[in-house]
Write a protein that binds this ligand. Structure first.
Ligand SMILES: [Zn+2]
Ligand SMILES: [Zn+2]
Length: 338
């Protein structure tokens, strides 16, 4: 719901005639965009679980409409029964009966973005340390044209490729990661954004970057840049678009059909020197740390102490519709006194 309300803020005023009625300032426009994607948006876990459920039901409906029976069945089965290891107040682990791995599945998307965070956080930290660079979150946008999702994505990625070859860019950025976000306005035009974590060598005047972006795109100068204070939450914010590249609840059957045609499109990637760094980065140390944590959770079984409160864990079998209710119950409980 929140998403669809905010997406209407994206009406394509930059394609409206210049003299049209009071349009919001570019700053407002982008601030809303970026604010929307801030980590820790106020929704509770139960609300998010309920939204995932609705998104999935919506997707299943669309798949059936398109006679994609196999996809609909897979989505329907994915996370439909859950084994929840809990102390009654905390959830130590959730094991689903089945994962569909469909790119738009909100449950599988969460797992995918967690994996990306685990993979890229260690090299990011090391890269920043070795190169004395600071991370920024850069959002690049483009004007909206009548084109397919694929064309829109290609256009912005091509422009970004050109930007990276400019001497301005090389002077100030030392690589980073990108991810794609798609939205659509009420006129059916695609809004494609690139969310970039850029490792900045030094400060520069944002107006200069705006000019560079205008020069490579020919008609777009809308971008937003903000410093990332904590790389872990900065990365978390970016990988959200990998799990949720578009606003699925405003999706129609035609949108799903178009998306199914994009099978091999990449939604996330690394670029510049950071890309090379990742290739040669020795994961050994950090990998051990991560897998220790993961295996710790994997090793938990019924009867073990809850990692958060030491109470014994038990195994609760829930259906997908019971999970939001269970979160709600947990949220209504006062924290256990130490
Ligand atoms: Zn799934
Ligand atoms: Zn507990």
């Amino acid at each position: 719901m929140i998403q669809s309300i905010l997406s209407t803020d994206l009406i394509n005023f930059d394609t409206l005639p210049a003299a049209s009625q009071s349009k919001p300032s570019l700053q407002t426009y982008l601030d809303k965009r970026v604010t929307k994607s801030q980590p820790g948006t106020k929704r509770t876990r139960s609300q998010r679980a309920r939204e995932r459920l609705q998104t999935k039901e919506h997707l299943v409906g669309l798949a059936r409409e398109l006679h994609e029976g196999e996809l609909a069945d897979k989505l329907d089965r994915c996370h439909s029964r859950l084994s929840v290891l809990t102390c009654g107040r905390h959830i130590a682990r959730i094991i689903p009966n089945f994962t569909c791995e469909f790119r738009l599945c909100p449950d599988c998307g969460r797992r995918r973005s967690r994996k990306l965070q685990t993979k890229y956080l260690p090299p990011m930290k090391a890269f920043m340390l070795h190169n004395k660079v600071t991370p920024v979150h850069l959002v690049l946008t483009q004007t909206h044209r009548k084109e397919t999702r694929k064309q829109s994505a290609k256009r912005i990625k091509d422009s970004f490729g050109k930007l990276q070859r400019r001497s301005f860019w090389k002077q100030y950025f030392k690589g980073g990661t990108w991810s794609l976000e798609f939205t659509k306005d009420k006129n059916g035009l695609h809004h494609t954004h690139l969310h970039i974590i850029g490792f900045r060598r030094k400060f520069f005047d944002i107006e200069l970057l705006r000019d560079e972006w205008l020069s490579v795109t020919g008609d777009s100068h809308v971008l937003h840049l903000k410093p990332i204070l904590d790389i872990a939450s900065g990365l978390q914010e970016i990988v959200k678009y990998v799990s949720k590249p578009l606003d699925i609840r405003r999706f129609g059957a035609a949108d799903l059909k178009e998306f199914l045609g994009l099978k091999n499109m990449r939604m996330f990637g690394t670029f510049g020197e950071f890309r090379d760094f990742c290739r040669s980065f020795d994961l050994s140390d950090d990998e051990t740390a991560v897998s220790d944590l993961e295996s710790l959770a994997r090793d938990l079984v019924e009867g073990c102490a809850c990692p958060q409160c030491n109470e014994p864990l038990f195994d609760l079998r829930l259906s997908k519709s019971e999970l939001p209710k269970f979160y709600e119950r947990i949220e209504s409980l006062a924290p256990r006194s130490p």
